[in-house]
Design a protein around this ligand. Structure first.
Ligand code: MMA
Ligand code: CA
Length: 288
């Protein structure tokens, strides 16, 4: 078969067109691949950025809540400090008021002290007799206060019949029946050493109790008329509101009998103060 030059040319151009087509397809594919890579990269970048943004957002939110928490804490601390400051101011005011009260008390006390000093000066200038009267009055007042205290404690339900060992209780007093020869003044001091006084007697019942315990012997009691003849006084300052004289007594025999003793019968007799009696009776108030 004869070769046709046109056919060759046509073949050649067809081949060339075919190659060109292939090249175009390859180019298209390459471009598409390139776009795909580019898009993937873009997507990856977008995803990464979004992730970072989200993290940033979360961190920011955390920080904001932290800051608001701190703010709250600061606010409450501030409130606490404010209330403390208010309290301190209140306390300060109280202290100032107390200080004022103390100042006025202080001046009142020094005023009282001045009064006492003046009383003392007056007391020092009193005569011995007047002093004796004041001391007696004071002792009487103390006795009255002690009696009132016992009454008050009894009203409050206390039972007031307590006496020291070897003392005997009768009504609101305790009695000690001393034995042994003593003068009146020795008996008086002995009673004082025992925290008591020579007994005073104020009723028939009390006398009956003493008579029973006096044991039929002569005993000193706390009555005398040393200062003014015939004017008998009890040593505890109590009033002479009862008596139990033996018939014919007090006779102030030989003008020298100023101290009173209880005979074995319980009756009273004025006797010579420096004479010795075999017994003596002390008393003191009960305790509750
Ligand atoms: C004693 C003495 C007196 C009392 C008479 C009573 C002799 O003296 O105790 O005080 O008055 O007796 O007879
Ligand atoms: Ca007498």
């Amino acid at each position: 078969m004869e070769e046709n030059p046109y056919t060759d040319v046509a073949n050649f151009s067809r081949k060339q067109r075919c190659r060109q087509g292939t090249q175009l397809v390859l180019l298209g594919l390459g471009t598409a691949a390139l776009w795909a890579v580019l898009l993937t990269l873009l997507l990856l970048w977008h995803w990464d950025t979004a992730k970072n943004l989200k993290q940033l957002e979360e961190t920011a939110a955390r920080n904001v809540s932290q800051v608001s928490r701190n703010l709250e804490r600061h606010k409450s601390q501030q409130l606490g400090q404010e209330s403390q400051a208010a309290k301190m101011a209140q306390n300060m005011e109280k202290i100032q008021v107390e200080q004022e009260t103390m100042k006025s008390q202080d001046s009142e006390l020094s005023w009282n002290l001045d009064g006492l000093r003046a009383d003392l000066t007056n007391f020092k200038s009193l005569s011995l007799n007047e002093k004796r009267t004041v001391v007696d009055l004071l002792e009487k007042l103390q006795e009255d206060v002690a009696k009132l205290r016992i009454e008050l404690q009894e009203l409050n339900g206390s039972k007031c019949t307590t006496c020291p060992e070897n003392w005997v209780n009768f009504q609101k007093k305790c009695y000690y029946f001393g034995e042994g020869a003593k003068t009146w003044i020795e008996a008086r001091y002995t009673c004082e050493d025992l925290q008591g006084r020579l007994v005073s007697i104020h009723s028939l019942e009390e006398q009956a109790f003493l008579t029973k315990h006096a044991d039929m012997k002569g005993s000193w009691i706390g009555l005398r008329d040393l200062n003014v003849e015939g004017e008998f006084i009890w040593m505890d300052g109590s009033p002479v509101d009862y008596s139990n004289w033996q018939l014919g007594e007090p006779n102030n025999q030989a003008q020298g009998e100023d101290c009173v003793m209880m005979l074995g019968s319980g009756k009273w007799n004025d006797a010579f103060c420096r004479s010795k009696q075999d017994g003596w009776v002390c008393d003191q108030l009960v305790t509750c």
